[in-house]
Ligand binder design. Structure first.
Ligand code: XBP
Ligand code: MG
Length: 268
């Protein structure tokens, strides 16, 4: 069992900030959110593209919606099926996709994953600084946070590093480097939360300890650099399963366990 939560950061940790990925980590947004929004945009533009659950899993090899569409054109479409001027049309299509995605989120269709709200609230109470590092479009984060944690929650994150703010998206470390720089913190003062191989390549590339919560699309990814791999953050009445690593006697992810994992990985 987890011990009772403290109200302050433990004195002997140099951990200062939690940096969260969004898609797949805060919420399972890909299959029933982003994928559906892409398909609605394709329908709106009268295109015969349709990304199945399975195809979308392959397309997730590339992060970023515009980049993903380009990847689809280059690797999945027969040459004679490529629409004229598609490169020029992608930004417009992507804007439509963002509109469909944020509309979908506004219906409350996509909740946060188990344990996310609890961990964020505990981290705030204990004075940890919070940030976001993601490839998704800023409007998508605003919509997700507004319709899950409430509109004020956007201000809980002192840095929201997102989308095209860095040209090289994950797996490049740039988005994490950007967030660290904005917070004026070093990598060993922070910990990252990720769900995917591209995500941990990015966070580990920026020298951050990383806690992984897998999902259906990422369960077979390589997480050998992770501090721990969990099926979910878990709740007191909904224990996590440890895929790899050691949770000591904890059954859900709380700040004490985050501190322990951070200490172990920065000591090694
Ligand atoms: C998330 C993504 C995002 C979304 C789409 O990766 O790959 O591209 O699927 O977002 P990560 P946009 O969780 O590693 O950040 O369409 O807004 O680009
Ligand atoms: Mg992710």
């Amino acid at each position: 069992m987890n011990t009772e939560a403290n109200n302050t950061k433990s004195a002997d940790t140099n951990l200062k900030a939690f940096i969260f990925d969004v898609d797949g980590t805060l919420s399972d947004t890909e299959r029933d959110g982003h994928r559906v929004a892409f398909n609605r945009a394709f329908d709106e533009y009268g295109m015969d593209w349709h990304w199945s659950v399975e195809t979308y899993g392959k397309l997730l090899a590339v992060t970023g919606g515009k980049e993903r569409m380009k990847f689809f054109v280059e690797k999945f479409l027969d040459k004679d099926k490529v629409p004229e001027n598609i490169e020029a049309k992608i930004p417009e299509l992507h804007a439509a996709k963002t509109r469909h995605y944020t509309e979908l989120l506004s219906t409350g269709a996509i909740p946060l994953r188990p344990g996310v709200e609890r961990l964020i609230q505990e981290a705030r109470q204990r004075g940890f600084r919070l940030a976001i590092a993601t490839t998704t479009t800023p409007a998508n984060i605003t919509a997700l946070l507004t319709h899950t944690l409430g509109p004020d929650s956007i201000d809980w994150f002192e840095v929201i590093a997102a989308g095209d703010v860095v040209p090289a998206k994950k797996p490049a470390p740039d988005i994490y480097d950007y967030a660290l720089n904005k917070m004026n913190l070093s990598a060993d003062e922070c910990i990252a939360f990720e769900d995917s191989e591209n995500g941990i390549k990015s966070s580990a590339g920026a020298n951050l300890s990383t806690i992984i919560t897998i999902n259906d699309y990422t369960k077979n990814h390589d997480f050998s650099d992770a501090s721990i791999v969990l099926d979910q953050m878990g709740e007191p009445d909904q224990p996590f399963s440890v895929i790899t690593g050691h949770a000591n006697s904890a059954s859900y992810l709380d700040c004490d366990l985050v501190i322990q994992l951070h200490q172990q990985s920065t000591a090694s």
